[in-house]
Design a binder for this molecule. Structure first.
Ligand code: ACM
Length: 552
């Protein structure tokens, strides 16, 4: 039939499992795959070939003028695990919002949504046998501003911020995701990051006391300089307490029933152990089980959690700290502190998912600190694009894939979650789907820009940070600030002022490092392309310039 679209499943040999063949001719379109998922991926590609107006929520007319290129595309994914992690604990996202997030991710052929369901700041999944987890643990006092700096709950203050997913909500999300060929990986983060659980059931702690769900107060200390972090209060579940394992058995029974995905994530990261150090129950456990240090105590806990998770018919995955003190026998490792934990685990024959901070932490700032909402580190698009999930010298079969992680301490709403995700998730998607040798930054950038236009049609927010200058500040002699500017993409000119006025393209063009006049109030900078402003106005006051330069 002329002008038809044929979707067909085939059993032809040689076609990769999740691959597809899309053939557009003058008379019609045919899309062939072995699996329904392949058809779905082919449809996403087909949608990308249509004009950007197809992304608009409004009905477009006349669509009879739309054209498609005549092409044949044979395509398949490089990795089977192509994930995004959304932290729904630090800030809660509704079922409708998570569905929207899924709708966006599938356009770029992501097939896994990792939900970080529990943390110090909120427990987000109903566990029917443990009702306090959501009666107490899902709610905290409300604070708005810079997360991590807030006062703790005050006497009598009501816990009004939060929310959780009921069993029905989870079933709805799992079904919605599955209809789009997305698996949902649930994470229950233990034994650290467990303040919401401990606030609900204080008997889970090694340290008796009264606990609260954290509103983003500073109860952990990160001294830096190679020193170990520690807690000002004990936000851990006690590995020396049998009640902890009864608790986790109940939790994982329900989690295993709700999520069909074969893996359950047990967290395991960043466990503050300073309270364990002095605890008599822990000391007794160490003697009884012959554990020589706290790494082994942690490992004892993780191994028992693995037994529970395996007993529910599921495989366990955890953050790379689960390697400390000895890895549980069947565990998969999610490598976040670089790739080294993943490499170590793969060399021991364990499955690995790569999500290193250096390339895949999309909670980091994506541009200069003078304009991005503040986070303690930066990951630019160009760096994210260098993500290579498969390290040399390991068995490729064990590297299941990778994912980008969106922690939501500083992400208060879905618009900002979108801003943080896009365009960096384009880079991660490509690293996980496309052949390594096809990846090319100069080819990627114009495609990113075309997808920005599609996002504008779709009314999805993205970060325009690639258009802003990269600012490096040093000093000359002892008192002169030196500003070096670069651009992340080609074809931009940077214009600047020191005199408080707004630079435009009639202002000086940046050519070489600038010596900031001693009396300058600030540097203001903006980029232009083809005589049109394209970047945002960046303003760095003199006090900040000096601070960055290390001038007192
Ligand atoms: C992590 O970022 N703490 C896994």
């Amino acid at each position: 039939l002329p002008k038809s679209i044929f979707l067909s499943l085939t059993n032809e040999t040689g076609m990769p499992k999740d691959g597809y063949r899309l053939k557009i001719t003058a008379t019609g379109i045919s899309l062939t795959a072995i699996e329904p998922a392949g058809i779905f991926y082919g449809v996403q590609t087909l949608l990308q070939l249509f004009p950007k107006q197809i992304e608009s929520p409004e009905i477009q007319k006349p669509v009879s003028e739309w054209t498609l290129p005549i092409v044949t595309i044979e395509d398949h994914p490089r990795f089977g695990w192509r994930g995004l992690m959304l932290d729904v604990s630090r800030h809660f996202f509704t079922v409708a919002q998570v569905k929207d997030y899924i709708d966006q991710m599938v356009k770029y052929k992501f097939n896994l949504l990792h939900l970080h369901l529990t943390d110090d700041q909120g427990w987000r999944i109903e566990i029917k046998s443990l009702p306090k987890l959501t009666e107490v643990g899902a709610w905290r006092v409300e604070r708005t501003g810079t997360f991590g700096t807030f006062p703790k709950p005050q006497p009598g203050e009501k816990a009004t911020y939060g929310g959780f997913y009921t069993h029905d909500d989870i079933k709805e999300l799992v079904k919605y995701a599955a209809e789009r060929y997305v698996n949902i990986l649930p994470e229950i983060d233990v034994p650290g990051h467990s303040l919401a659980a401990v606030a609900s059931y204080p008997e889970l702690s090694c340290t008796p006391g009264e606990y609260y769900v954290s509103p983003g107060d500073r109860f952990m200390v990160w001294p830096g300089g190679g020193q170990h972090f520690y807690g000002l209060l004990d936000n851990t579940i006690c590995p020396a307490n049998e009640k902890a394992y009864e608790f986790l058995d109940k939790v994982f029974t329900e989690v295993a029933q709700l999520f069909p995905f074969p893996y359950i994530h047990m967290g395991g990261d960043e466990t503050a152990r300073n309270f364990w150090e002095k605890n008599e129950q822990i000391k007794a456990l160490m003697q009884k089980e012959n554990l020589k240090d706290l790494d082994e105590v942690q490992s004892y806990f993780v191994k028992r959690v693995e037994k529970i998770i395996n007993s529910k018919g599921k495989k366990m995955i955890g953050w790379d700290e689960i390697l400390q003190g000895g890895l549980a026998p069947n565990a998969a490792v999610m490598s976040w502190r670089g790739m080294k934990g993943g490499i170590e685990a793969a060399k021991m024959g364990h499955e690995v998912v790569m999500s290193p901070t250096d390339f895949a932490y999309i909670d980091y700032m994506q541009g200069d600190a003078s304009i991005e909402p503040p986070v303690y580190a930066t990951l630019r698009l160009k760096k994210a694009y260098q993500f290579e999930p498969l390290p040399e010298g390991v068995d490729a079969k064990l590297i299941k894939g990778g994912q980008a992680n969106l922690w939501s301490e500083q992400v208060y709403n879905m618009r900002h979650a979108q801003y943080m995700t896009w365009p960096r998730a384009f880079a991660i998607a490509e690293a996980l789907w496309s052949p390594k040798e096809k990846r090319n930054w100069n080819d990627f950038v114009p495609r990113v820009e075309r997808h920005f236009e599609r996002f504008e049609q779709a009314q999805v927010k993205y970060a325009p940070s690639i258009y802003d200058p990269i600012v490096t500040i040093t000093k000359k002699d002892t008192a002169t600030v030196v500003v070096k500017l670069e651009t992340e993409i080609e074809g931009l000119s940077i214009h600047y002022s020191f005199d408080n006025s707004f630079p435009d393209n009639f202002y000086p063009v940046y050519k070489e490092p600038l010596m900031v006049p001693k009396e300058a109030a600030a540097i203001k900078m903006i980029t232009y392309r083809n005589n049109k402003p394209i970047g945002r106005l960046l303003v760095i006051p003199m006090a900040d310039l000096k601070k960055r330069a290390g001038i007192k």
